[in-house]
Design a protein around this ligand. Structure first.
Ligand SMILES: NC(=O)c1ccc[n+]([C@@H]2O[C@H](COP(=O)([O-])OP(=O)(O)OC[C@H]3O[C@@H](n4cnc5c(N)ncnc54)[C@H](OP(=O)(O)O)[C@@H]3O)[C@@H](O)[C@H]2O)c1
Length: 291
């Protein structure tokens, strides 16, 4: 199969690039800005035509949650309009669109893990733009999987784990919010789930679906930071604070744990616990640093 991965230099796109070398059966085409802007319909259509693309994995997104509050047009252009462009291209080619979305489509007022069918009531511009992107995919694409994930991190790009490692090495103490609860997701785990789904994609027996995927377990950002310090053997002491003591531009959901029963049942995934994946990521980061 010919597979286009957009936003390929981001965290998830980079993990997919790494995995793709193991796949003999498929041809992957990895594209990112400036070569492929997903908001450019002509460029997207031409590239898909040229490479006879049958599956699009959309990892491109405007992911700066705070910046989106003032850069509203840009966030909607990429997260909603870009998704619509890819969906239209998928329709033209009768291709499968795998679109990545977020736990931030929920308002965080729940007390039980969110199911795919729970109403989306996003709190900020990023969440609204991602939700509207999902809706465009559902409206336009003939075959899609929308996969919502949460708290993504990787050895590639900038993320919470890398920030904590840097600050933990510089400072004796760190304050981290303890009243936002969710689940971290190692992008490498999500990437291998996506590849496994593509491997088993059967056009004849296909049905479109929205799925939730994160690592197993539940924690606060404080728990996550503490685990990072512990596993990286950093002496930095992590202090728990409330969100009100750490004001951020965009409001975040207090609770955004995702219920993963649907994807586990449909695909038989045995998803690793977040601590296990964090440990594996830290080993990989160390190996990368050692060359
Ligand atoms: N990061 C998280 O914590 C998180 C949590 C939940 C869900 N998600 C979702 O997971 C997916 C992957 O996230 P990620 O963390 O891998 O994102 P990322 O690291 O920010 O990567 C996104 C990539 O998309 C590129 N991009 C931006 N605008 C584009 C455009 N118009 N056309 C083509 N490419 C464009 C970015 O390029 P530039 O860097 O040059 O802008 C970047 O390379 C996204 O859909 C995101 O919304 C992420």
């Amino acid at each position: 199969m010919n597979i286009l991965v957009t936003g390929s230099r981001g965290q998830l796109g980079s993990e997919l690039q790494e995995l793709s070398v193991l796949s003999d059966n498929h041809h992957f085409f990895f594209c990112d800005l400036p070569d492929l802007d997903i908001t450019s319909p002509d460029r997207v259509a031409a590239l898909c035509r040229e490479h006879e693309i049958e599956v699009i994995i959309n990892c491109a997104a405007y992911t700066a949650v705070d910046k989106a509050e003032s850069d509203v047009d840009a966030a909607f252009r990429v997260n909603r309009d870009g998704a619509a462009v890819l969906a239209a291209c998928a329709r033209e080619r009768n291709a499968l669109l795998i679109h990545i979305s977020t736990d931030y489509v929920f308002n965080g007022k729940a007390h039980l893990p969110y199911r795919e069918t729970d109403p989306a009531t996003p709190l900020g511009v990023y969440g609204v733009s991602k939700w509207e992107g999902e809706e465009e995919v559902r409206r336009i694409a003939p075959s899609y999987w929308i996969i919502r994930t949460s708290w993504l991190y990787s050895v590639y790009g900038a993320n919470f784990v890398k920030t904590m490692l840097r600050l933990g090495a510089e400072r004796p103490t760190l304050s981290v919010v303890a009243d936002q609860i969710g689940t971290p997701t190692w992008a490498a785990d999500l990437a291998s789930a996506l590849v496994s789904m593509v491997e088993r994609y059967d056009k004849e027996r296909f049905y479109s679906a929205t799925y939730h995927y994160s690592n197993e377990g539940v924690c606060s950002w404080y728990d996550f930071a503490q685990a990072i310090m512990e596993l990286a053997a950093l002496p930095c002491k992590v202090m728990a604070v409330e969100s009100s003591q750490y004001p951020q531009i965009a409001q975040r959901p207090h609770y955004s744990v995702l219920n993963k029963s649907a994807i586990k049942q449909a695909w038989g995934f045995d998803i690793p616990h977040w601590r296990q994946s964090l440990a594996a990521m830290l080993v990989k980061l160390q190996q990368k640093a050692n060359g």
